[in-house]
Design a protein around this ligand. Structure first.
Ligand SMILES: *Cc1c(COP(=O)(O)O)cnc(C)c1O
Length: 353
């Protein structure tokens, strides 16, 4: 090791899913298989090039306002960023600044651990139970803050609002962040609790249900005081995080509620179809309320099936981690894609693997 390396802020980075640049059946990073709302492509095609010469609005005012109206909150309750990864990283930096450990589940979005390590935040990871559910009593102890995903990833399990409220209620002296990346496929959002609990922050994204992972838009909704602290940190870091194109397209997407609901319903229908097909092939999986399924087969190695699928240009996600090493996380694609996946697996298992 070079002498200068001892003062370098070292971190083991998050490893994103593969993004193959040729056309494959891509079920590995929970993208939406359908295009964004038609208004988004119209807005893109009629972008004012002159506008790109200038810096974007640092407050992202129009997008913030449109989101606030959409969710029935005040503008001062909305923070936006470059995907929810950017929003969440900013939250870790701003809110998790205690000597006591923050808490998040042992099996969850693996970026939480990376940010905690990057910012040198102490953390503890209570174990999900044997059915991969969060045990809410584990979050009653003293801590420096809490973050969990609901629905959780990669399990796909959604807990109702009473469950979320119970954790928030037991932790009113710290900030509780609920990562709702998949909420549109699941159930009620905790956004309806933000006026009741000043310590609650709800984070969502355009990447999954809104088919706009490539645009990088995420947002947090909470008490105006929390949003102010987030903005103070953001303006001390990079004033112009959101690019002009995303600001315009983000607003357009929210205008077309009918299209949005129709695409979400298609995914939900295909997800339920896929669950039945997987169950008939003896796969075991938690009852996902997201756009992915975490599935395991009692007789076949997840790693080997992952490799075989990849050979056939069907990409799914294999996540390391002791408790889930025999599981595959399969994104719900189009109905046709899922039929091809199931056909492949049928043949694979039939071959006596
Ligand atoms: C996909 C995902 C995110 C991040 O999504 P962005 O594309 O950065 O908005 C955050 N949390 C969870 C649980 C996710 O699955």
């Amino acid at each position: 090791m070079k002498a200068f390396e001892k003062n370098i802020r070292k971190v083991e980075p998050y490893v994103p899913g593969e993004q193959p640049q040729r056309k494959v059946i891509k079920l590995n990073t929970n993208e939406n298989p359908y295009p964004p709302a038609p208004g988004v492509s119209e807005a893109l095609l009629s972008m004012d090039m002159e506008r790109l010469r200038l810096y974007p609005d640092p407050t992202a005012g129009n997008l913030v306002h449109t989101l606030a109206e959409y969710y029935g909150v005040k503008d001062e309750q909305v923070f936006v960023g470059v995907g929810s990864d950017d929003v969440l990283a900013m939250c870790f930096l701003t809110f998790f600044n205690s000597d006591k450990p923050i808490l998040f589940p042992d099996i969850t979005y693996s970026f939480y651990k990376v940010w905690a390590e990057l910012y040198r935040i102490p953390y503890e990871c209570p174990k999900l139970d044997d059915e991969f559910r969060i045990v809410k009593e584990d979050y009653y102890k003293e801590n420096g803050g809490i973050i969990f995903a609901n629905p959780n990833a990669p399990t796909g399990i959604y807990e109702g609002l009473n469950f979320v409220e119970d954790i928030v209620e037991h932790n009113q002296d710290v900030i509780v962040i609920v990562d709702e990346a998949y909420i549109d496929f699941a159930g009620k959002s905790a956004i309806e609790l933000v006026d009741k609990y000043e310590n609650l922050l709800v984070v969502q994204t355009y990447s999954k249900s809104r088919s706009m992972a490539g645009m990088r838009i995420g947002y947090a909704i909470g008490n105006p005081l929390l949003i102010k602290y987030l903005n103070d940190a953001k303006y001390s870091f990079n004033s112009y995080t959101m690019n002009q194109t995303s600001l315009v397209c983000g607003v357009e997407s929210l205008k077309d509620k009918a299209y949005f609901e129709e695409q979400v319903q298609k995914i939900v229908d295909t997800r339920e179809w896929t669950k039945k097909a997987l169950a008939s092939l003896d796969f075991k999986f938690p009852d996902s309320q997201t756009n992915f399924i975490l599935a395991s087969h009692p007789k076949c190695s997840a790693k080997e099936l992952f490799e075989a699928l990849k050979e056939a240009d069907i990409f799914v996600r294999y996540l390391s981690g002791e408790r889930i090493k025999n599981y595959l996380r399969i994104t719900v694609g189009t109905q046709e894609e899922m039929q091809m996946l199931i056909e492949f697996i049928k043949n694979y298992i039939g071959k006596g693997a």
